[in-house]
Ligand binder design. Structure first.
Ligand code: HEC
Length: 98
């Protein structure tokens, strides 16, 4: 009996983050190291749909990020965060991906 309530509680709690993200903003962001950072940095102004169709090299993604900063007023993230996001984008949305 108690174990059932416990399981129900765990299931309910673990379902929360998914539900919170399920507003479409991050749809299309593939799982991978850096997804959380990319979601924070890149879905503040538009949804991920704006860029998940792109297939770019790391240099290409770096240029995209510069454009967001220079043209669209994005606050440049810490260098460490930039690295994580650029690695994520070039690994998950690189030229060799379908
Ligand atoms: C400060 C707001 C802001 C942030 C943060 C932001 N963008 Fe954008 N982004 C924009 C605007 C504004 C546009 C132009 C939208 C339009 O034309 O409808 C845009 C457009 C784009 C485009 C389409 C190409 C273009 O130049 O119009 C891509 C790709 C893109 N963003 C990727 C990203 C990525 C990747 C990140 C994270 C590194 C990011 N954006 C973060 C504001 C932002």
């Amino acid at each position: 009996m108690w174990i059932r309530i416990l399981i129900a509680a765990v299931v309910a709690v673990s379902a929360l983050p998914a539900a919170a993200e399920d507003d479409g903003r991050t749809a299309g962001l593939l799982d991978g190291h850096g997804r959380t950072e990319a979601a924070q940095v890149c879905t503040a102004c538009h949804t991920a749909a704006e860029f998940v169709g792109e297939r770019l090299t790391r240099t290409g993604w770096s240029m995209v990020m510069s454009t967001m900063v220079d043209e669209y007023g994005m606050e440049a993230p810490d260098v460490a965060v930039q690295e994580i996001v650029l690695t994520y984008l070039s690994e998950q949305f690189g030229p060799e991906k379908n």
